[in-house]
Design a protein around this ligand. Sequence first.
Ligand code: AMP
Ligand code: GLY
Length: 431
Amino acid sequence: MKILLIGSGGREHAFAWKITQSTHCEELYIAPGNAGTSTLGENVSIEVNDFEKLGSFCLKKAINLVVVGPEEPLVRGIRDYFEASDELKDILLVGPGRLGAQLEGSKDFSKQFMARHGIPTAAYQSFTKETLEEGLSYIRQQTLPIVLKADGLAAGKGVLICNDFDEACAEFEEMLLKGKFGTASQKVVIEEFLTGIELSVFVALDGSDYVILPEAKDYKRIGDNDSGPNTGGMGAVSPVPFADEAFMQKVRDNVVLPTLLGLRKDNIPYQGFIFIGLMNKAGDPYVIEYNVRMGDPETQAVLPRIKSDFVELLSSIATSTLCQYTLGINPFTAATVVMVAGGYPDAYEKGKHIQGLEESSQTESWVFHAGTSTDESGVVLTNGGRVLGITGKGEEMQDAISNAYARVNQIQWDGVYYRKDIGQDILQVIK
Ligand code: AMP
Ligand code: GLY
């Protein structure tokens, strides 16, 4: 198959790595890709939302399968664009259409979806500028802390957890009246705070069948012991010990199946990944959010654990043949440590020379690139906030973590930062 992968993050490098291991992969192109993906396929300099150029490229190269990594092109309707064109409509595509992508593109849409289909989630209400006063009094009737969410896509920054009413009301007004998150906060969801441990569950859907992939736990805050601001994700581990058979049965029965049936009842076709952010609240799963793609950096911990052919999984999603696909899982654990540019998630510098990337004797790990580029002489430079994701594997979680950090310690650039405690909470639980 000739495959076009859309995106440029660590998730896409992991996808490219897994795709090129398949005998079904004839040619791989990545738009726009990063320094890591350029070693596996051909990077194509087309932005992820430039549907016209992506479409023309597919025709020029006779692409058979398009795999969409990030949410934005999905929310903007890349599938709808391909389906509306006589020339493009027969190209297989992994990722939902605009309607299904609303599960991530609009928090209000996803909360209504969950309410309609009896899927456990935090109590909520949505408000706009027109209902500002009702919103302010709703906030003061709730218990603290309280969660405010911009309705639209806000690059992972649109969620605020407030510990006092005055702060919550001020933030609420800033979101609705001053466009704190631009058009994304024209509508605001006010939500009950859920207490528990988070878990990321990944489901491949083909419109009628589904396969649950290995779960992961993400580390969202910038600092050790979950301190400081939220980021795109500073690390991940898979598997997650509390996601045992009994818990996962509840996830299947109370969340995954009702989600699938809900999509069907609402006539929302869905061929792609769905990433369900869950809270384990006293042993029961509650949905925090849906994402219409795989997680980053969770993918870098999840994909190495998948044993079966990944291109077969992708094409089964796109051809609605998941019922014939058997997922094989490697029996090891994986831990991913994300190395970021100093200053991230606020302002940071780019263009730093990354040292220590050459082949290492540390073979129990993989280096996945995210924000990287290559200069004219082939030197790899930092080119983003999250720069690399290092995944270690091991029979036990402790080994996976040690192997990841052993490789992290060989890599260096000016200003590099990473969390030192990825997986430590899990080790405490399994002790
Ligand atoms: P989201 O963008 O919806 O994933 O939210 C970002 C992060 O905020 C989540 O991963 C949680 O850590 C936290 N969060 C969101 N909603 C809630 C909630 N209702 N209760 C507790 N934490 C939440
Ligand atoms: N790691 C969280 C996300 O991909 O949204």
